[in-house]
Design a protein around this ligand. Structure first.
Ligand code: G3H
Ligand code: 13P
Ligand code: ZN
Ligand code: NA
Length: 310
């Protein structure tokens, strides 16, 4: 059966590593991720966005993930990524997910607390854990204006009250990451705010912290995409050494979606170019799935450190 993240996070915190939370949208992605984790004995979080539920439908994703649990025997948590209101969190709790995120970060502090509290009450009654968020992740279009940027970082002064008032099981914070493939301006040096992470974990000893927007935008896949007809310009992600550092600290969950998209796209593009006469979807989806598998194995072993923790 699916598990919650409680035990995973406790072990990760104590062991100085992080669990990868990988976004899933179809069978090939689920298989690529879970086959990789199986080979290196890693616990996993598979996460589903509102967009993924719309694309594949809740029931299909649920069955795919259940099949992966049966196939691999791994501890796997199924998590709602960026739930925006009570209704979607409730639908996922009622529909078999073991973890949900309520993302109230766009609301005022008081409204974020009230909404998160409501989800936590319902989730905990049903044995489901909840991730909240404080601070807003920098958007790719944000000004370089430092004070404007500063204002989107998590304020460590708010975290104790937020966790106490809501009862959340983990907390996503903003320390300079962002969603998508264009996280930093070309020519600038990407740098996460480890001082904020340290202050947050000093205020919340032993409490699991979550990092969103944590793809590295692996240059190898970007180059393969561009060499096979793609046009990705100035795609820049979070340096792997900084992710490794975060994983050693209080960060217990690292969210990865863009890197999966890039790997899948690189594989599919490469295969379609290599075999222009081919038209069996299994031909190119198989290569995409293999690229996802290679990527995830590398993440687990070389970045997250969650291998051989089952
Ligand atoms: O944080 C966002 C994830 O990358 C999910 O993206 O809403 O396009 O599925 P999506
Ligand atoms: P990336 O876009 O960096 O992969 O972030 C994914 C994420 O945070 C999903 O919630
Ligand atoms: Zn996210
Ligand atoms: Na950690």
């Amino acid at each position: 059966p699916l598990v919650t993240t409680t035990e995973m996070f406790q072990k990760a915190y104590e062991g100085g590593y992080a669990i990868g939370a990988f976004n899933v949208n179809n069978m090939e992605i689920v298989q690529g991720i879970t086959e990789a984790a199986k080979e290196v004995s890693s616990p996993l979080i598979l996460q589903v966005s509102a967009g993924a539920r719309k694309y594949a439908k809740h029931g299909y994703l649920m069955k795919l993930v259940e099949a992966a649990v049966e196939d691999t025997g791994l501890p796997i948590a199924l998590h709602l990524d960026h739930g925006e209101d009570f209704a979607i969190c409730k639908a996922c709790i009622d529909g078999g997910f073991t973890s949900v995120m309520i993302d109230g970060s766009k609301h005022s502090f008081a409204d974020n607390i009230a909404l998160t509290r409501q989800v936590v009450e319902y989730a905990h009654q049903h044995g489901v854990v909840v991730e909240g968020e404080l601070g807003r992740l920098a958007g790719i279009e944000d000004d370089v204006n430092v004070s404007a940027e500063d204002s989107s970082y998590t304020d460590p002064n708010q975290v104790e009250e937020f966790v106490r008032a809501t009862g959340v099981d983990s907390l996503a914070i903003a320390i300079g990451t962002s969603h998508g493939a264009y996280k930093f301006k070309p020519g600038t040096k990407p740098q996460l705010r480890f001082d904020i992470l340290e202050e947050v974990s000093r205020r919340l000893p032993g409490f699991p912290i979550v990092l969103h927007g944590a793809s590295s935008v692996v240059p190898h896949y970007v180059e393969l995409i561009n060499a096979n007809g793609g046009q990705l310009k100035d795609a820049i992600g979070v340096p792997e050494d900084q992710l490794r550092q975060a994983a050693k600290m209080a960060v217990c969950k690292i969210n990865i979606d863009s890197d999966l998209r890039l790997a899948m796209t690189a594989g599919v593009r490469q295969q379609l170019m290599a075999d222009p006469a081919g038209f069996d979807p299994r031909g190119y989806l198989k290569v995409g799935r293999q690229y996802v598998k290679d990527l995830v194995k590398d993440k687990i072993v070389n970045v997250l450190g969650s291998d051989h923790k089952v």
